[in-house]
Design a protein around this ligand. Structure first.
Ligand SMILES: CC(C)(COP(=O)(O)OP(=O)(O)OC[C@H]1O[C@@H](n2cnc3c(N)ncnc32)[C@H](O)[C@@H]1O)[C@@H](O)C(=O)NCCC(=O)NCCS
Ligand SMILES: Nc1ncnc2c1ncn2[C@@H]1O[C@H](COP(=O)(O)OP(=O)(O)OP(=O)(O)O)[C@@H](O)[C@H]1O
Length: 200
């Protein structure tokens, strides 16, 4: 039996940081953001649909999608975000299901699915357990502004394009407080898997 764990949080709350720690323990992690990037590469079905809807103005000179420009559109306009989600999410789901299937076939004790929109898209119903990485909105905004070189307003728009972390906290099985150091978050991440008895 493989325990399927959904790891989520708000934008820039620290999911990738916790995922990197799990990977360092040789635990398989399937990353929805990475699969979403692969699904929109030149020539992929979702790429064509995105260009057909959003126009060639969202492309770089090399033909790749200009993610900053597409982000500006979809994080300022919910309708456009929903269109993008409808184009990309089914392909991301198929890619992740396939990787999960392989991990289960491999007899892994646990697989971590790193999915930012786990609760928004009701994917919590498809996993055995959920972990939420949370931070205060102040820290979240500061880390996001710094990492993505965003203004205060741009960061707020991205944060508010997701279900509030306070609401996600109620839904999650386990919480990782990432307001402190990365080492403190890693310690909590380890304790959760120990509690579920899936660490080697
Ligand atoms: C809008 C895009 C082009 C911006 O790209 P960018 O490189 O700036 O950001 P990146 O993909 O690394 O995402 C960063 C974070 O933004 C948040 N985010 C991304 N897409 C969405 C969305 N549709 N709704 C809410 N939050 C989102 C997530 O927390 C994610 O971890 C890109 O995020 C995208 O194509 N999004 C649609 C696909 C999607 O929903 N991905 C999320 C996981 S399936
Ligand atoms: N405990 C911490 N202390 C200081 N900086 C941190 C901590 N945890 C994460 N960070 C930094 O905050 C930023 C956001 O973290 P990370 O990329 O892990 O978030 P995420 O939830 O995966 O984001 P996204 O939803 O955008 O994919 C990164 O620049 C990361 O290095």
């Amino acid at each position: 039996m493989t325990l399927i764990v959904g790891l989520t949080g708000g934008i820039a709350s620290g999911k990738s940081t916790v995922s990197a720690y799990y990977r360092s323990l040789n635990i398989p992690v399937i990353d929805a953001d990475l699969e979403a990037r692969l699904a929109v590469k030149i020539g992929e079905p979702a790429y064509k649909k995105i260009v057909a809807h959003f126009g060639t103005g969202i492309l770089q000179s090399d033909g790749d999608i200009n993610r900053m420009r597409l982000g500006e559109i979809v994080f300022s306009n919910e309708q456009e975000r929903l269109v993008l989600n409808e184009i990309v999410h089914p392909d991301v789901g198929r890619r992740m299901d396939e990787k999960q299937r392989l991990a289960m076939e491999n007899g892994e004790k646990v697989v971590i699915l790193d999915i930012p929109l786990l609760f928004e898209n009701k994917l919590n119903e498809k996993v055995d357990k959920t972990i939420l990485v949370y931070v205060t909105e102040d820290i979240q905004r500061k880390r996001l502004m710094e990492r993505n070189q965003l203004t205060f307003e741009q960061a707020i728009k991205r944060i508010h394009a997701q279900m509030p972390l306070e609401k996600k906290r109620i839904l999650a099985d386990e919480l990782i407080d990432n307001n402190g150091t990365i080492a403190a978050a890693a310690m909590q991440a380890k304790e959760i898997l120990e509690k579920w008895n899936v660490l080697n």
